[in-house]
Write a protein that binds this ligand. Sequence first.
Ligand code: SAH
Ligand code: SF4
Ligand code: F3S
Length: 490
Amino acid sequence: MTTQSKAKDYSIYFQPPSLSDAKKRGKEDITVHYDFSIPEELRELGRDKYYLIQTYGCQMNEHDTETIKGLLEGLGYRATEDRRQADIILLNTCAVRENAEDKVFGELGHLKHLKTEKPSLLLGVCGCMSQEEATVNRILKKHPFVDLIFGTHNIHRLPFLVKEAMFSKEMVIEVWSKEGDIIENLPKKREGLKAWVNIMYGCDKFCTYCIVPYTRGKERSRRPEDVIAEVRELARQGYKEVMLLGQNVNAYGKDFEDLEYRFGDLMDDIRKIDIPRVRFTTSHPRDFDDHLIEVLAQKGNLMEHIHLPVQSGSNEVLKRMSRKYTREQYLELVAKIKAAIPDVVLTSDFIVGFPGETEEQFEETVALVREVGYDFAFTFIYSPREGTPAAGMEDTVPQDVKSRRLRRLNDVLSENMKRSNEKLLGQTVEVFVEGVSKNNDRVLAGRTRTNKLVHFEGPEELVGRLVQVHITDAPTFYIKGDWVQQAVVQ
Ligand code: SAH
Ligand code: SF4
Ligand code: F3S
């Protein structure tokens, strides 16, 4: 469907989520561009002006925000935390569940007042919600004061879109329904101690509940030499940890037509780079091959933590979710991983209350949690997403049953977590110090190799360093210990 917007010069091409259309995804070549730069005449556009970005959703979105910040600073804008000082406010949105979308619409309601007080303020919506036709129509209708909407495939167009929005009286909308090419060399403003690195974009899995394949387009892998060069550069800059990002990182390389090079090969090359910690998220059980396990088992800078979302422990439900593996295949994979990496920590995502989920099927999930012994998981109540196949399935599970299942699952997961944390009592573990605790400024917070949160007392100078901590206490959601002073590792 093509909608012509009121905005002059801009056509918006939308494809409402459609499984049949999306599955027709071609293998058309993706071109990688290395020649991005901000045109000279736009570099003063944001001079003496301030930006503020609010980010929702996953790490992919957080990382996109770093790119957006880089682009805005390239236009001369500076960062502010104060909404009243901001000349441009962008909401980088998430569409994965209804409550994520509700938050954004609520926020737009608040921002309307700011816009009335300061008409020169530019308000923009970007990220995954912008890729949905229904969302854009709702903004056009109910929040016409928004100045700019752009999607996930055309972030690099931001400099031009900001200029257009500044001078246009109409809402500027540019959303590409077809995924764009890969644009290398976009500026990025990295603020955290950990550096995120995209290794691929998009998702071709089409789990029946999920909107991501529609909002992020088809799978496209960055070239290995570009990923490796970026990780090397981050190591040179002194970063101690990188997080490799993709919706389905172990599908990496499947789309290369000229190269037999997969995620295992990439990890094997990154393993040789002198950076202390490398993590990745998210891996899909279906594409987790033996070579990858072999490489991860060599550890070194590859952490013994794998986020391996299972979603459900019931074959019936897995089938209706179109996860493309059975409980037995998943357990076989877990057994292989544990045999190769005995101290591995596994974490997962779960959806409860999927359409038609019976009490027995839910109990199969609980049993799987016990059997695998996950240390942590993100748990969600199923949220229908318009246009996805599951949204058309009959939703038979009452709301209170869904809530009860969520609580029960969380209780079982907490038991697991407590048990596994207690195993660390008396041990000395390597901790990457990430910051000062929110509640007590004498307490530092960091992560073990297995991604467990550790609190201990120590001087603030340790933030950003790797230290040894002797574990003394294991409350459920974190562990406590004493800094082993003589042993600052790096
Ligand atoms: N690509 C990742 C996850 C992306 S979305 C993967 O496949 O593991 C993150 C999590 O959100 C999913 O793992 C799933 O548990 C949850 N999720 C996705 N769509 C959902 C929906 N419609 N309702 C509830 N939870 C959902
Ligand atoms: Fe969504 Fe499934 Fe793709 Fe993950 S693998 S992003 S859950 S469709
Ligand atoms: Fe949300 Fe988009 Fe990430 S839908 S979870 S921000 S890929």
